[in-house]
Design a protein around this ligand. Sequence first.
Ligand code: AKB
Length: 320
Amino acid sequence: MKNILVVGSAGQIGSELVLDLRKHYGGDRVVAGIRKTKPSEKLLETGPCEVVDALDVKALTEVVDKYKIDVIINMAAILSGTGEKNPMLAWDVNMNGLINILELARERKMKQVLVPSSIAVFGPTTPIENTPQETILKPTTIYGVTKVAGELLGDYYVKKYGLDVRGLRYPGIISHETLPGGGTTDYAVAIYYEAIKQKKYTCFVNEGTRLPMMYMPDCLKATIDLMEADFDKLNYHCDYNVGAMDFTVGDMVESIRKHIPEFEISYEPDFRQAIADSWPNSVDDSAARKDWGWQPEYDLDAMTGDMLKAIGEKHKKGLI
Ligand code: AKB
């Protein structure tokens, strides 16, 4: 049996991952680590919640010992947009937070650490279409720099200490439960909320911007599938490409108009356009498919139907 701590449980992925992990492993075996924000009712009702900041080693160690944690999932990160506004903060949270977790996992001989990476490891000189698993990693954002360093650091702990560290390169993640914060791909969530609320949206990247994206149910599946994969079958550790779908903003508009024909869009690209332009259009995830059976389920239209339904219900109840 595993005792899991999710650091960054209030975030877009963490908040849903904790609930999914609790279904798989049992509520009391999955501790939601929250830094400042008040945990949601769902998190509080389904299992333990503790204040955890990866930069506070003493408090982190106390929680790990209290719950006999042997698996840590580190979902705490400063994303690409916020990172460009505050590079030192991004370095501190993304690198010092990570090494604190890896060191504690090494000292306590933990079973596993999951360290998410991102398509932000790629840069303008990386092949843009069907980006290979092994390729040029020269990002132009501080977030990307920390993600490349994080992948290498995780791999180092695997080789040097025999610690089981794993990670996947998330594309933009789209969900309706918790809003993302500070990322470049946030437009792909905001567009659905504004389609329901205002029937119009001003997008901060242009119509032709194409990026790899994934719907949250696939993101949760990828994360848990990788956690469960047989270590001996892994040819990579902290850097698996995972694809699901890729589309332009224009494609999203078309998909939304199948449900809301009057939806209007305008474009005011800002500094995040250059970040989006430096990332791939699509990724080659054949290594993930081969090594641990990765298989996404959702395409753009299936996701759009689901997103609009869920956000529409929240809107009707006056929750947004
Ligand atoms: C971001 O946009 O910064 C993130 C990511 C792709 O890692 N969503």
